[in-house]
Write a protein that binds this ligand. Structure first.
Ligand code: FAD
Length: 438
């Protein structure tokens, strides 16, 4: 059972681990020289409904990625405007920790291999290969999982954003993201709201050392620093909030204040912040961007290529292709990438074995989000939103439907009632449940 995972962000890592847990021979291919993709510059998890989703996945036996995040967390149980019980992992230490878990599990990790070609046989992929990268390489597999995220060519950041911000995706060095589904002829979807095509990544990072000592001390001690912006007491014009990918942070507090979170560096909760303006704020006189390098001007544009898929995360039109993370819809976040990655990895192996595929029921937040986002992607209005367990429209839905739970026992009971306790903790000989048959 050869499983090929393309894209080593949180979703690809989670998918690869779930597939290897089921006894598959797994290769994880990543175009850059590090795993975790945009997870290298994130760090926030367990905030608001992400707590529920993480605990649901743990109760289902698929929580290894959250174990690593918890192990590498700098702060847990913190609050910042609009967000409760958040944890922050250290962006500087998380990647080697994840790599070790995957390598120890026996996953073959292929770095600096950008897949550009797909060989099809009817409705099935036979192999994927690199081209003019570091020598041509061909990877043959029985089933493929695409977790390549939703960025695009650097030109997209010029066209729909404020230019290349020199972000962690490093397109100019490693080559731009290539969509496997699109290479198979699948018509992909793009996020669009009004004139804005795609969405701009919602946070940037400052070097902690460039901040005034009192800000650094507060950040290290509490994990959060909320600094009022002189003259913005009444709010701003909302322009920067509107363009954000992370609509859960599109609250007036994020314009009236500079909100910093300690993820190893000082995560600034704004897509970008003009440096001269920032340096006028007391404590920020020497501020310097750590990520993206041009964080005073702009940030990366994402949500430019999502796959049509069903609730098993099987891509429509290609029999042996599954998807996870941002590829699976307008899903924002590490938690969202991990939960869909685990399901994609699990279903890819179920499909190989000829077992019924697993659909997570809508009585759980994970199942509801997967189903709801698939529905929303059908309409232009729905494609104008982003969906996350942590805020904005989807967290509202969670609360309305009683899906948001903070009590771990109650979450476990709900998972048990769905018949899915330890469903992802597969061992040979164990008969596994599936909510719905493919
Ligand atoms: C600046 C920033 C800050 C963020 N902060 C947070 C946060 O604090 N908390 C949070 O929950 N979310 C945050 N997010 C969002 C979150 O990081 C993403 O939604 C989530 O991690 C996406 O994971 P993914 O695996 O779907 O995709 P990605 O992280 O985009 O990973 C895709 C991977 O696929 C690789 N790839 C692409 N094409 C190919 C190819 N052809 N061949 C091989 N490899 C390929 C890419 O190099 C990349 O590593 C942030 C995002 C950004 C950009």
């Amino acid at each position: 059972m050869k499983v090929i995972v393309i894209g080593g962000g949180w979703s690809g890592c989670a998918a690869a681990l779930q597939a290897v847990k089921q006894g598959a021979d797994v290769t994880l291919i990543e175009r850059t020289d590090m795993l975790l993709g945009t997870g290298l510059v994130g760090g926030i998890y367990r905030n608001n409904g992400r707590w529920t989703a993480a605990e649901e996945l743990i109760a289902m036996g698929g929580g290894e990625m959250f174990e690593v995040m918890d192990q590498e967390a700098l702060h847990a149980g913190i609050e910042f405007p609009g967000h409760k019980h958040s944890s922050l992992y250290n962006v500087a230490t998380i990647e080697p920790a994840v790599t070790k878990v995957l390598a120890d599990a026996g996953i073959r990790i292929e770095l600096a291999q950008r897949i550009t070609e797909v060989e099809l046989e009817g409705r099935r992929i036979r192999s994927v290969s690199t081209h003019k990268n570091h020598g041509d390489r061909k990877f043959e597999g029985d089933v493929f999982i695409e977790t390549t995220g939703t960025a695009d060519l650097p030109q997209a950041c010029n066209k729909y954003g404020n230019g290349c911000a020199m972000c962690i995706l490093r397109c100019h060095t490693f080559g731009a993201r290539i969509s496997i589904a699109a290479k198979c002829g699948v018509e992909e979807m793009i996020g669009k709201k009004g004139d804005q095509v795609g969405a701009m990544s919602g946070s940037c990072k400052l070097l902690k050392e460039s901040l005034a000592p009192h800000l650094r001390e507060e950040l290290d001690r509490t994990g959060v620093c909320v600094v009022p912006v002189p003259g913005k007491e009444g709010g701003g014009d909302g322009a920067k909030l509107a363009v954000k990918a992370c609509q859960q942070y599109a609250l007036p507090e994020f314009e009236q204040n500079v909100v910093l979170l300690d993820t190893g560096h000082a995560k600034l909760m704004s897509p970008f912040y003009p440096l001269a303006e920032l340096r006028r704020i007391p404590g920020f006189e020497h501020a310097r961007f750590e990520d993206p390098y041009a964080g005073g001007i702009g940030n990366s544009i994402r949500y430019l290529g999502m796959s049509p898929r069903d609730n098993f995360l099987q891509v429509e039109g290609v029999d042996n292709l599954f998807c996870g993370g941002e590829k699976a819809g307008l899903l924002v976040g590490h938690t969202e990438a991990v939960v869909t990655g685990v399901l994609a990895g699990d279903n890819a192996v179920r499909w190989l074995r000829g077992e019924p595929l697993l659909e997570i029921p809508t009585s759980l937040s994970i199942g509801d989000a997967i189903d709801h986002v698939r529905e929303q992607m059908k309409s232009e209005k729905g494609r104008g939103y982003k969906y996350t367990f942590s805020g904005s429209v989807y967290f509202d839905r969670m609360k309305e439907r009683g899906l948001y739970l903070y009590d771990v026992d109650a979450i476990r009971q709900r998972v048990a009632a769905a018949g899915l306790t330890n469903v992802f903790d597969w061992r040979p000989g164990v008969v596994r449940s599936s909510h719905a048959a493919a």
